[in-house]
Design a protein. Structure first.
Length: 201
């Protein structure tokens, strides 16, 4: 199951041999998530790690009133995993949901951990992978610090070009911290009005 984007991703962290790359790929399952499908859910311990080949996931949660909040988006060529749940084997508090049709290479946790039996430096590689994922998570949430919804949206466009036009309007508005109606006004004022998609039911 060759995948050059996944190979390129791994080679950022370690000089894997072709045989090692083949071994790692052999343990992955190709999976497609339609919009609205969950990669992982709150209340369950994360048992899978994914590499996004194409598409976008969003990480979201529900507050005590049942209102849904989008925390951040993760697009292709990134790992997707609830790190806290996976590392501490605790039930997750967030959902990872496909915002678009998403194609993923999925690894079972036991298979991922078993790489350390044949790849000597795998624990170091895993540490680098997860550190990168954690730093990116913090970076993806940093755009919420501006007091202005318009400023947050502009920063999002600058930081994550190509994402805003692909995800449902309601999800993006939730991330920015405004209503869908307010986001539509912001887009009109800025002259950025892509075809707006509806959130999956």
């Amino acid at each position: 199951m060759p995948n050059s984007s996944f190979d390129d991703f791994l080679l950022q962290f370690y000089h894997f041999s072709p045989q090692q790359l083949q071994l790692i790929r052999s343990q992955a399952t190709e999976r497609t998530y339609p919009p609205g499908a969950y990669f992982s859910e709150a209340g369950r311990v994360a048992q899978e790690i994914g590499f996004i080949v194409s598409g976008i996931f969003r990480v979201c949660y529900f507050d005590r009133e049942g209102t849904e909040h989008t925390k951040y988006f993760v697009e292709e060529n990134h790992l997707i995993v609830d790190l806290q749940s996976y590392q501490y084997q605790q039930p997750a508090t967030e959902y990872v949901q496909a915002a678009t049709e998403t194609h993923v290479l999925v690894f079972k946790a036991r298979d991922w951990q078993a790489f350390s039996l044949t790849i000597v430096d795998w624990p170091l590689v895993e540490q680098k992978l997860f550190t990168k994922a954690l730093l990116e998570k913090l970076h993806r949430r940093s755009s919420l610090v501006s007091p202005s919804g318009a400023a947050r949206y502009e920063l999002f466009l600058a930081t994550f070009p190509g994402v805003a036009n692909r995800v449902p309007l309601a999800h993006l508005a939730s991330y920015i911290g405004v209503t869908p109606q307010s986001l539509s006004r912001i887009r009109r004022n800025l002259g950025t009005l892509p075809a707006e998609r509806q959130a999956p039911s």
